[in-house]
Design a protein around this ligand. Sequence first.
Ligand SMILES: [Ca+2]
Length: 430
Amino acid sequence: MTSYTMVSDNQSVGVKASGEQSINKPHAETFSLYGSISNSTSQKIHGAVEIVNVPDVADGHSEFTPVMAGPAKLSSISGSTVAPAEQDHDIIGSAELLYRLSPMNLRSAQSAFDPADGTWLTADQITDWSLVKAVAVSLISQEIPPYTTLRLAIPVKDQQIYHHVGKTIYVSSAIFSKGVEDDSGLPTLMIEPASEHSAKLKVVGEYDEQKLDVTFIDDTIGETLKTVTKTGQRGTTTDYTTIADVDDYVAKHYILVSDDTEGKMITFDYDDNVDQHYTVHLKHDTEAVTDSVKKNLVVHYVYADGQAKTGTAADDAQEAITFTRTGTHDLVTDTVEWDAWDQASQTFPAIASPIISGYTTDKTEVSNVSVTADSPETTEETVKYRANEQELTVDFIDDTTLVKRLRRSLRLGQAIPSLITTQLMISRVT
Ligand SMILES: [Ca+2]
């Protein structure tokens, strides 16, 4: 009856008592630990239990702390024809695999182990395998056939293994039988960390730091927005993707143009002399906008100076024209770049001056008034009205023979000049 622990590494196939995990070889972050119970006798073993603690710096000997990567597996190795394959299957099917979130004190394991004490969980109760610190295989109500070895395999991982070169971890376990009064049980055997039968695994290799960078470029202004730099061991994958950064820029109204990384995690190459460079191109999102400006022409109609009537001669006339333009609104900078106005200049429609009887205008119409989009909002024009010339006839009558008529041109509404006096006219007529 023996018990032993083993490890497997990424250097060679198979299990071994002393392994070397190379960080320069594939699967550097994962390896396995094993605990075995070997029945090399012709007798059946009753009530067998094996407990394996996951190596931890807290065990006092291990120099780093790997974590479980998934459920443990149990296999059996038959040493003779006494244990046929079907029987192996039955052993494994009836064995109970249990997990604990704290390490087991191996010295008191035989007396302390109680699969129903609430500290032991089944695989379906585990949501985070990295929290498991001890694994038990329990055959309390079962038996191990003669010449049969049961092997418990525990997959572990260490994502910081590149920083653990030169460090060693140790596998520890305890085997015993529970509830067996006669000599058909296991002797209690404990393998303490770093003891003679404790398997060990040492991290070897050379840390070759590789460097990569991802540059974000704003294509709209042709400038670099930022550069993300990552370092890591050859062949490993960064935990960085561009997704969060791209999302951040999209929220700021950028549009993703291209991404060398395709949003995937990037793996460091094996070339010490070359750094890896990746580029993400972005551009500003825009929207089309329009603008218009209205220009007015107002024509005032007034009496000319010196007229009998003053002020407004008729109601104002008005015309309006509109200039429009389109533009591009940059949503990143919140600025607008305008195209030219639709027309460089426009001419208002001609406005005919209203006719006021007896008056003449200085303009029969207001026409050819042109403006640009930059002209004042309102252009004012004034049309003046002047009274037409009227004939004033004064008849001076000689009662006997003479009729003499005097004509003067006077404007409508104009006062008859005082110099036209009967006296004066008479003298002229005479
Ligand atoms: Ca490189």
